[in-house]
Design a protein around this ligand. Sequence first.
Ligand SMILES: [Zn+2]
Length: 237
Amino acid sequence: MDTLQEMINQSNRIVFFGGAGVSTESGIPDFRGTDGLYHQKYDYPPETIISHNFFIKNPKEFYRFYKNKMIYLSAKPNAAHLKLAEMERKGKLDCVITQNIDGLHQASGSQKVLELHGSVLRNYCMKCHRLYPVEAVIETPDIPFCSCGGMIKPDVVLYEESLDSKTLMDSVKAVKKADMLIVGGTSLNVYPAASLIDYYSGNRLVLINKTATPYDRRADLMIQDSIGKILGNITIE
Ligand SMILES: [Zn+2]
């Protein structure tokens, strides 16, 4: 902890890269996790349901899963979200890069958030591109449609879809310029997590995760613990 505090004290351009573990501490389950609840109620594995082709061919079943398992509007930011927002406000942190789609970083006050996998809070008509809030999705029993007749799609990167290239480029740029890179709540097995770390050339790479990651040996500091607990204990001057 002392080493982490010292590293943060010395840094003014921190980039935080976070995965599902940041959100699980707010009660949002990782659909890839072992305690995934989908087995009983769905005929397909989540990776199939949340794929582009499945969405196009079977939107009703997609939305049944999506609304039940991927939207958590009552979830609240935890100590990790709040500390990162404070770090940005006090000029220590450049941006948050996240693989999560729940908008909790923005809810805690973070301004610069690069959402690699999009957000459940944004939705758009596939035909006329009109934007819709998440309520338009959850308040519709089956498939949400636009007034023009087009199908509404969440602005979430599905399997078989590529990441938004601008978000990815902005993430690479931020990591290159960072004087400290904190990676938290990810086992670093999901693309593009690992490849983003390769752009960091400084000597303050910190990994905070409950389990080991393939990058542990490259880290300057490795902490196997809860991200909320660890960041929550940091003091920002
Ligand atoms: Zn439309």
